[in-house]
Write a protein of this length. Structure first.
Length: 146
């Protein structure tokens, strides 16, 4: 990979151009990282509302009709439904692991095949998430794993 930075004092906006022969999982991860830089979520914890940088979100989970947002150290609640968050965050490197869970790819530490074509994902914070067989192939594709 070659990185070229072109400084232009007359430029009014930041422009990033990627030249490639085909769109690979590596390039998709780069794009997701760039998209995530400016996104924030409105979340709450203990009665206070916060604007949380999406880059800090490890995974999101729906439990008993509530949506929880997990960072490396904190747990917040979102008023949005999981499918709404999936629509907002799909281009930011998140994937659906199951009906009740979205995971940010950059926090995936390791994968392990499990019974019934499921995948056990270990995250950077040590938590383990089970990817259902319905979503396992998509995860492998996004990570470039065979």
């Amino acid at each position: 990979m070659k990185i070229v930075i072109n400084v232009n004092e007359e430029a009014t906006d930041l422009e990033i151009a990627i030249s490639c022969s085909r769109l690979t999982p590596e390039i998709e991860r780069i794009l997701a990282t760039l998209r995530i830089l400016e996104k924030q979520l409105m979340v709450s914890r203990e009665g206070e509302t916060y604007l949380l940088d999406v880059s800090k979100v490890v995974y999101l989970e729906s439990v008993d009709r509530k949506t929880f947002v997990y960072t490396l150290r904190e747990v917040y609640e979102s008023s949005l439904k999981l499918y709404e968050l999936e629509q907002q965050l799909g281009e930011c490197g998140f994937f659906r692991a199951s009906k009740s869970c979205l995971v940010q790819l950059r926090f995936v530490r390791s994968l392990r095949a499990d019974l019934g074509r499921k995948i056990k994902v270990t995250l950077e914070n040590g938590e383990q998430i089970m990817v259902s067989r319905m979503y396992a192939e998509e995860l492998k594709k996004k990570l470039g794993v065979k």
